[in-house]
Every structure is written in structure tokens, then in C-alpha cells.
Ligand binder design. Sequence first.
Ligand code: AMP
Length: 448
Amino acid sequence: MENQIQEAPSETKAKPKRTRRPNKRPRNSESVKADTQVSSESKTAGNAKSKIWSIEDFQVAEAEGKMRFHDLNLPDRVIKSIAEMGFEYCSEIQAETLPMTLLGYDIIGQAQTGTGKTAAFLIAMISDFLDYPLEEKRANNFARGLIIAPTRELAIQIADEAVKLTSNCHLNVVTLVGGLSYEKQKIALETENVDILVATPGRLLDFARSRKVQLGKVECLVLDEADRMLSMGFIPDVKSIIRMTPHKETRQTMLFSATFPKDIQALAQQWTYFPKEVSVVPKEATNKNIDQVIYTVEADQKWPVLQQLIEKNGGQRTIIFANRRDETRDLYERLRKANINCAILSGEVAQDKRVKTLANFKNGTIQVLVATDVAGRGIHVDNVELVVNYSLPEDPEDYVHRIGRTGRGGETGKSVSFASEDDAFMIPEIEKVVGENIRCEYMVDTSL
Ligand code: AMP
């Protein structure tokens, strides 16, 4: 991958902003038990002794080359949630960042969706808030942690993970995203503690400008998918938001991006304070579990070939990517007319509908999803068997994101990309990013 970021030169290293408790909680079972009387069942249970969760209940063997969450001196309430989520060992980005973020250092991280970066920044943020509880009384609309993400889907996914990771402590998560009820979000700001705020830039700016949410005491700021914020034109909004937060010397800032074009490199340096730089780039840009093929077709053959492909693969969970909203709409109509069980996921679909669509795709009620890049990015659905690029993406990096929706978690997957005379010129660029030649097959609709 191009534009990999470099390890910071040693002279730029500064002290972390917070000196974190060295071994504040010794790892002996007595203190662990005392510390973890947090679950509601354990409080109400008659025989507390047998119900209290202990770190002893979360046994993970030491393994060479792997970091366990036990090794990080995390608050037990965080460890308990990690255990409940079924995580055992840190992912690479977690192992690389947590030892530093837990000390209070800023981070510039190169990592894509699927690496575990969400838990990486959330675990650092939550642990910090538990170690440093608020000492002053303040209005509940002051955010302690702020996470900015480019898309509603991503923000909602981050908030879901934050809710799971805070399930054993009293930190509250509030989500502010466009497209969902403004009123409901306003009420949440008025009635709930905004410990962790997950937001998309536009809606957040609306609330911050009208002072319904206060950003002046943010302790920890996360900017996720910074390159995507740039390509979606959100940087001016993000700049305005960051100006409302405390100075970079007094907040902790973690910035993540899959790629580092020059603009993002400059902004990352501007927004962080003596950051530690970490890069977790997959050895192969695309997953070896994905069988990739390009069908070269005449433009007017795309639809009949697609129809055959889907009918032949009957019932497989499929995502079809197109570049524009009108293209997705057109495809959706054709699929529907062909009695294919499908739904659309693009920016023009109302947010609550998109959330429902995604849930139905996940539970198997919908077989085929027609998506644009923005809406499709960050979709975590297991067992997507087939990804179709109805048009090749304009940005070759998007090819990697698109086909990465299949072949996840060790499963095998297939991607079929249509290249017609309009977009075949993109193939070499895509192959450069993928790092290999992609098999090409010439297709015609034989039924015509
Ligand atoms: P992300 O890259 O943050 O979108 O995470 C991708 C997926 O990996 C999510 O479903 C996470 O819940 C999961 N995940 C994150 N960290 C771990 C871990 N240490 N072990 C297993 N799964 C994880």
C-alpha cells in the first residue's frame, strides 16, 4: 500500500499527557473480586460469592507472538466485557496501540475496517475514563469522549461496540447521526450523560453550534476513517468541531485512516501532539480467500449476465456495488422485476430504513443488497458469498473495500467484477493496489 506512514523520529517523543496508574490494581484474585462486583445479577443474587465474576473466569493461555488483554492491566470491568464479547487475544492494531494509548499517548494509526481498530480506541478511552473519574459536577451534555466517523453505518457500528464494552460500567453512549430523528437525539442529550459521543460530522456540528452538546471538556477524541472524511468533503466540518474541543496538548487524540494521502498526513500532524505512529497493513491488500474474476462484457450485456449469475448462484448472500445512486436504483428495479429478493443501500434511502435493511440482510431475510460505496463501507455481515462490482469503482482502493465484504473470518468468497469499454481502463490501477493480476473472462449472454 502506498503512503505508509513512518515511525516518528525518536527526538519527537514527548511525555504522555496522563501518567497512568502503574499497577493500580494488583493482579491477585482478592482485589479482582472486590473490583468486579459490578454486574446487576451479582448485586441482587443471594449468594454473592458464587455469582461475582472474577478474572479467574476468563482464562486465556499465553501464546507466543500474541498479546492477551490480561497483559495490559486494564480495569476489570473492561476485561469482563471483553470476555463477554468473546475476544481472547489482541488483534495486531490493538497490540500495537494499546500499550501506548493506555499511557495517554496520541496515535496516528493506519488500519482498515476488520482489523479491530474500533475496540482498540474504545478500550483505551473507556479504561482512561474509569481510571480518571470526573472530579467535578457538570451538566450532562458535556462529552468526555468524542468519536467522529464519516458514515452513519460506521457510527452506529462503533456505538454498538461501545455499548458492549461499557456494559459493566456506568459510562453512557450517545449517538448523533444524520437521517435519524433529531428530536430523539436532542432528548438523549438532555436526559443522558454524554460519556461517549459517537457522531457523524454534519449532525454533530448542528448540535454543537446550538450548544445542545458541549465539546469544551472532551478528554479523548477519535477521528475514524479520516481519508473517507476527506473524500466525502467533511474536513471543513471536522475542523470546526475540533476547534470546539480542548487544545491538543490537553486532550488525547487518536486518528485512524486506511490510507494517508498528503492532506491527511498534514491534518494528522496538526491535530495530534507528539503522536505515536502505527501501521497495520495487510500483507496482501486483498484476502487470499477471495476468488476474484473480471468479466469483460459489452455495457448492454451487463444486466443479462448479472441475472444469470445470480440465478445460477441461487440463494447466495450477495452484495452488488454500483458507482451511482441512480445505477443502484435502476438495478434494484430490474432485480425486483426478475423476482430476486433484494434491497437497496444507498445514501438516498432514509437512515432508519437502511438500519432495517442491514438487519434483514444480516438475518437472511434479504438475499441481494445493491449498494454504493459510501453506504456499503464498513458493513460487517458474515457469510457474504458473492460480491459483484456492476461497475468498477472510480477509486481503486474502493475495490479492496468492496470485495473485502466477502471471504471474512477465514471463509471463502467470490468476487465478480464487470468491466465494459467504459471502465476497463481501471483494471491496471486496481491490479496495482491488489498487487496481482486478476483473472479475466470474456462473457456474453448465451441466451440472447
Ligand atoms: P473493526 O475493524 O473494529 O471493525 O472490527 C472488526 C471485527 O473484529 C468486529 O466484529 C469486532 O468485534 C471484532 N474484534 C475486534 N477485536 C477483536 C479481538 N481482539 N478478537 C476477536 N475479534 C475482535
